[in-house]
Design a protein around this ligand. Sequence first.
Ligand SMILES: C[S@@+](CC[C@H](N)C(=O)[O-])C[C@H]1O[C@@H](n2cnc3c(N)ncnc32)[C@H](O)[C@@H]1O
Length: 361
Amino acid sequence: MINVEQSVRERYSQGARQRQQALCCPVDYDRELLELLPAEIIERDYGCGDPSRYVRDGDVVLDLGSGGGKICYMAAQLAGASGRVIGVDMNDDMLALARRHQSGMAERLGGDRVRFHKGYIQDLALDVEALDNWLANHPVQDAAGYEAMRQWQLQQRRDAPMIADASVDLVISNCVLNLVADSDKAQLVQEIFRVLKPGGRIAIADIVSDRPATAAMKQDAELWSGCISGAFTESGLLDSFIAAGFQAVMFDNWDAQAWRVVGDIEFRSVTLTAIRPPAENLAAGNRQLMYRGPFAAVTDDAGRHWLRGQRISVAAAVHQSLVSAYGNAFIDLPDTTTGNHQGSPLPIACCGPEPTRGGCC
Ligand SMILES: C[S@@+](CC[C@H](N)C(=O)[O-])C[C@H]1O[C@@H](n2cnc3c(N)ncnc32)[C@H](O)[C@@H]1O
């Protein structure tokens, strides 16, 4: 059985030192954002999409598998002075490349708002650099030492998590989820959910396949580290995020052109967007929305039914997340009392399992 982590680590250590052409997927980044970046970061680009374009002013952004830091430094320009960006990567050579330019980039950005952490994206509570330091002083030599390390990790996760619960506005990632072992993928998606604030967003660019990779492909280290063997299937990616509790789950981008075809399986770049649902009581309404169409009715990932053209009252937090997640699908109705888009109390809408003309979400 191959060791996925080791093959990925070795491949991307090489990639940090020297550009690996086979790992590159052409991406049309915003050239203006690239202008501030050092050449060696731009050239060691192993992404397959551009999740930086989803960053908004003031966001706390978490980039999973930040590599040389390209997306983090682009995101920092969009998050602005009140935002900040955290990159997480497990690879020392990639972290060294990203950190080498940290102070220079802080000067160019006009603020030191990017941090890089060593960690596994499927275990975002554990700071692996802190673990390395602990192990330097407490080398594990026997079962008792192993148990001491385990207890230390439990305490770290609880008392000093690398990424705290509900602390991030936007989780982004560029071509990394496919590199995580299949047995860790459910935990990875749960971790993304955990660190997001209620109402927080994701924008994940990744490689997906139209059918599952074969057993032989799963045993091929080169295909694993090359973003092929561990790719989610299209439906598998959507289902995993829905199962973890995400809503408004969709392919915001789905490349018509396959990036690679292996055997007869197509692998292509997609960008998945979704939100962690807001915590507020969904039944309490003081804002109004209308589903625009073109379908007669739709059901969202929360099980709410929306009839075309019907005015629906929703809580302010739900309103904000629906408008931000579904964008153009809804008409944001002006407040009936003030005529602007700031909410005033409206009758509480009922919520039912079936669409009814009586009207509720
Ligand atoms: C294909 S590169 C993408 C790098 C970067 N996102 C970009 O756009 O250039 C994958 C990166 O993810 C990191 N990586 C892979 N699996 C990881 C894991 N389980 N936890 C943390 N980092 C991981 C690798 O070390 C590598 O830097």
